[in-house]
Design a protein around this ligand. Structure first.
Ligand SMILES: NC(=O)c1ccc[n+]([C@@H]2O[C@H](COP(=O)([O-])OP(=O)(O)OC[C@H]3O[C@@H](n4cnc5c(N)ncnc54)[C@H](OP(=O)(O)O)[C@@H]3O)[C@@H](O)[C@H]2O)c1
Length: 242
């Protein structure tokens, strides 16, 4: 079994998850960084932390891939201490235009997919110390956003999920918390038109989008340092939701 604490970061191949992978690896943890399509990107990130980071395949829509993922982490390092549920999908569209199948797909991936993974990781986390689960939600789940009923419903569900999970597994020494980022410059927000981008940025008290590193620092704090925090939502949004 590895002497290093071991982290699993879903959606670590790009954007916020890539920054979280780097932040945890820099702290000296082993990190399993998952990708769905962006294998090369994930492998490039892991190559910067040889012997410490591995890229593994994971699909939120596939229950088997959750089991296989945990088996691979345990086969590599023999332990799992902290899990960051960062992978997420966004589909925009107002309630009367977004296809109902697509609407449910957003819920299934962002909520159901994470539930499958939680079931798979709990036995390993129960053996750890200062074990934690950190969900990456969104201020859109707190505040709502036009065109985001599906995404906001899913991200909002994660607050209740984490609080209930915290109550279920606290006795096992496992913490469950949520990071709620504001708008961050990643591929997910790349298609926002300039005029909306300006409007969104101005609504934040700090008058800008966040960086992936800023979200990663807050996530690493909840995952590793905040040993007496559980059921907490940490908003990291430059004051967007004030
Ligand atoms: N960007 C923002 O402004 C913002 C704000 C608040 C919250 N968030 C949340 O932060 C998280 C990361 O967002 P991001 O902006 O970094 O997104 P991103 O740049 O689009 O990256 C998404 C990541 O999730 C993975 N992924 C997507 N669908 C998946 C699926 N069905 N199964 C497994 N993995 C999947 C992708 O993997 P592949 O590329 O390998 O397919 C990628 O690594 C998401 O949960 C998002 O909702 C983002």
């Amino acid at each position: 079994m590895s002497e290093r604490r071991t982290a699993l970061v879903t959606g670590g191949s790009r954007g916020i998850g890539a920054a979280i992978t780097r932040a945890l690896a820099k702290r000296g943890l082993n990190v399993a960084c998952t990708y769905r399509n962006s294998r090369e990107e994930a492998e490039r990130i892991c190559a910067d932390y040889p012997d410490q980071a591995v890229a593994l395949s994971f699909d939120l829509g596939n229950a088997e891939s959750a089991t296989q993922l945990v088996e691979s982490v345990l086969a590599t390092w023999g332990r799992l201490d902290t899990v960051v549920l960062n992978a997420g999908m966004w589909r925009g569209g107002r309630i009367d235009s977004l296809d109902p199948t697509e609407w449910w797909r957003v819920l299934e991936a962002n909520v159901g997919g994470n539930a499958q993974l939680i079931r798979a990781v709990l036995p390993a986390l129960r053996k750890g110390e200062n074990a934690s689960v950190t969900f990456v939600s969104s201020v859109v789940g707190l505040q709502g956003f036009p065109g985001d009923t599906a995404y906001a419903s899913a991200k909002s569900a994660l607050f209740g999920f984490a609080r209930s999970l915290a109550k279920e597994v606290g006795k096992d020494g496992i913490r469950a918390n949520v990071v709620a980022p504001g708008f961050v410059e990643t591929d997910m927000t790349a298609d926002i038109p300039d005029v909306s981008r300006e409007h969104i940025a101005k609504r934040a008290v700090l008058r800008r989008f966040g960086t992936t590193e800023e979200i990663a620092a807050a996530t690493a704090f909840l995952a590793e340092d905040a040993t007496y925090c559980t059921g907490t939502v940490l908003t990291v949004d430059g004051g967007w939701s004030l």
